[in-house]
Design a binder for this molecule. Sequence first.
Ligand code: AMP
Length: 505
Amino acid sequence: MNIASHLSRVARVWPEGPAVAVGTQVVHTYAALGHRVSCLAAGMHDQLGLRPGDRVLLALKNCPAYLELMYACWHAGLVAVPANAKLHRDEFAYIAGNCEAAAAFTTPDLTETIAAACDDTVRAVVEIDTDRYTALLNAAPVSVANRRADDAAWLFYTSGTTGRPKGATLTHRNLNAAFLGYFADVDPGGPWRAFLHAAPMSHGSGLYGIANVVQGACHVIPDSGGFDANEVYALIEAWPGLSFFAAPTMVKRLLDVPQAHDTSNLKLIIYGGGPMYVEDCLKALERFGPKLSQLYGQGESPMTITALNAALHADRQHPRWMERLASVGVAQTPVEVRVVGADGSRLSPGDVGEVVVKGDTVMAGYWGNPRASADTIRDGWLHTGDMGSFDADGFLTLKDRSKDMIISGGTNIYPREIEETLLTHPDVAEVSVIGREDREWGEVVVAYVVANDRAVLGSDDLDAFCLEKMARFKRPKDYRFVAELPKNNYGKVLKTALRERDAGR
Ligand code: AMP
């Protein structure tokens, strides 16, 4: 079973169907995409000497070639290693060295960086749309290489919010199971017409690209090659039935644009990859209507742990609607999800423990790192490092990463809960809560706050606000007002960096 065979099938079933567009312009039909992929795969084999199982670094910002390169790798039996285009040269070098990449493909903005980063390891660095790339496309097409379900297809390097990134090895079986979860739990209602890649294709957007190839949707690449809120609104107006994946920070940026756009074409915004606060979710529902779906996943079980689909977002009459919006939804169909205690025993609804996952989406392990793999997958259960609890209906609410939990005076405090509360203050734009070492309490709660533009906001205001809304022991002992929060390339707040900054304050 080779994940690339889906594209070959779709190319035969809907040859004239639009497959790839840039902005509003269709650039390839499915027949053309299928043909390009089988030629590229041949060129990779004949001209670059790549052989099944070789790793290929994809260092590209979102562009029309992204999809064909991923599929060409699979078609040729190679392992795609999509890396975030915003990484530092040393991070690219680390990833290329770690997976011993045999070749790299780049967009022009990254060619120099990759050539410098990959000196010793990579045999060929090929920039798209050059003569060398065209030569690959001119090779005689070949058929899809045979692969076993457990062969590696995608090395997904974790975003590295702590330590060195690790390459989650995703097999053809993992990717197949993940897109079945997409159809069952995240985006169950067709037709799937157009899918916008405004978020990095090296991550969630690319993973959801697979499901959208299976259904023959058109992959829309924004002209900017990235996320621009106004451009996204323009593309919603241009493409009927458009869906896209967005990190919560992107949803927030869409909401910051005044409401002047027609969003009736929108099919679905699929958000996840980080916490979405209820306050923002309610605003998004007001703006877009019931066209929101949430997924919770991680590179180690790509996009597939739980989901809160559009129907559940819309179920306002339900007595626990708000709690459900604050949750990450229910277990996705391809996986079993549990919450366990420190000794691995299954906990009852209401009890907080580590979220563990079992199923066909769970990675084979970390590339070349048996020790980290054995630590993370125990008895077949992927240990996510996320803390959460189920309710009696099977809805999972995440508390925090286990390392982000604060223990003050022996009591567990979950930063997320305090962040949710502070965000309901009209003058608070963003907030991140961390623990600070303290002789008396072990740790105390500290809030880093980004205030709204015009706000004259002081610690006393926020303290009074918290006193009204939460148990006294949970409220921050210190507020630090900052212009912005440290974030990684996917827009996730780096609590580790914040803790370091706080320690050296
Ligand atoms: P990554 O492997 O880089 O995609 O990061 C995965 C991590 O992001 C998870 O382990 C969670 O901590 C967090 N995450 C993913 N989805 C959600 C979500 N819907 N809500 C809250 N946190 C999430």
